[in-house]
Write a protein that binds this ligand. Structure first.
Ligand SMILES: Cc1cc2nc3c(=O)[nH]c(=O)nc-3n(C[C@H](O)[C@H](O)[C@H](O)COP(=O)(O)O)c2cc1C
Length: 315
């Protein structure tokens, strides 16, 4: 039997506050740790390596007994800072790393040398088997209810398939906004859950009040998948701007994507343009509102402190 998330991270509740680009920050993670869940921040939220180092030091000094924090690393070529970020995480220390988009081989090897656990984002069994063979400590099973780059399988299909065929723990990501949702994922065999979108409308989140309020005003039925942010399908709130520009990539991108040589470069270019557009929408008031969120904003009725959002997940 794989271990439960509470045992793996030595935390009170089997929940990770998921890494969210530009949304997650140290205030959120400290609040999460104080309530008995783990918290995670994308390393890319820090413009410089010095800022990343400062964040680790802040978390280390604020970490309560039984607290656990980690960072998300994008491990493919689109993240030009990957190697340096991995160096800092291994040198300064954290409890776990969540890898996404690419091979986690080097991250697993280096992190294990210094006692950091590695959980890998997966959307299917094939990739799960690969990262399990590389020595991952757990799978982050990203399902078709997740915010951001979601998977294709339902929570039940994905968890069941992974639990049946893999030996390591399965942490379910996507579609959790209440204690009943947590219990449902655990009943399918998950060792824990990773929760993102419900924390966007938190007092601590580092985004504009307009973005937070949108998560209150819009609901699950307003979430659409767009190819226009990073080239990879991503869930966003269907604001008038999103409706105006549409959700399919442009015809020119589609044509270029068919070209084997150009495909890789177009993807990298789209990724960096997408990151810049998301940053603008998250941190500035602009009519070009491309707000990333998933259907699990359905229970978001007010902008609340992280502590209150966690209460909904545990009681
Ligand atoms: C606004 C937003 C930004 C995200 N950014 C990242 C990211 O930078 N790295 C990553 O691995 N996952 C990212 N995710 C996915 C989350 O880590 C998590 O898998 C997802 O939020 C789970 O689904 P939920 O939103 O229904 O809880 C993001 C999700 C959202 C909603």
């Amino acid at each position: 039997m794989p271990k439960k998330l509470t045992e793996i991270l030595q935390i009170k509740y089997p929940i990770i506050q998921a890494p969210m680009f530009l949304v997650s920050n140290t205030e959120m993670v400290i609040a999460a740790m104080n309530e008995g869940i783990a918290g995670c921040i994308p390393a890319l939220n820090y413009r410089t390596l010095e800022e990343l180092k400062q964040a680790i030091m802040e978390l280390k000094s604020a970490k309560p007994k039984g607290g656990s924090f980690g960072f998300n690393l994008i491990v493919n070529k689109s993240n030009i800072k990957y190697k340096n970020q991995l160096d800092i995480l291994c040198k300064e220390g954290c409890d776990f790393i969540i890898t996404s988009l690419g091979s986690p081989e080097e991250t697993i090897r280096r992190a294990h040398e210094v006692g950091i656990k590695v959980f890998c984002d997966v959307v299917d069994l094939k990739y799960a088997k690969k990262v399990e063979a590389l020595g991952a400590d757990a799978l982050i099973a990203v399902n078709n209810e997740a915010g951001g780059h979601r998977g294709e399988l339902s929570p039940k299909e994905l968890i069941t398939e992974l639990v049946t065929n893999c030996k390591i723990a399965v942490i379910s990501a996507g579609g959790v906004s209440s204690k009943a949702d947590v219990d449902r994922m655990l009943s399918y065999g998950a060792a824990g859950v990773s929760v993102g979108s419900p924390f966007i409308a938190s007092e601590e989140a580092g985004v504009t009040d307009e973005y937070k309020q949108a998560c209150v005003d819009y609901g699950a039925e307003d979430i659409v998948v767009t190819e226009r942010i990073s080239g990879t399908p991503c869930t966003v709130i269907n604001t008038p701007y999103v409706q105006k520009v549409g959700t399919r990539s442009t015809w020119i991108e589609r044509v270029l994507n068919k070209n084997k040589i150009l495909k890789k470069w177009i993807k990298m270019l789209r990724f960096s343009i997408g990151m810049a557009a998301t940053k603008k929408a998250a941190t500035e008031v602009t009519y070009k509102t491309v707000w990333v969120a998933g259907p699990s904003i359905k229970n978001t009725n007010a902008i609340l402190p992280v502590k209150e959002i966690i209460k909904k997940l545990i009681s």
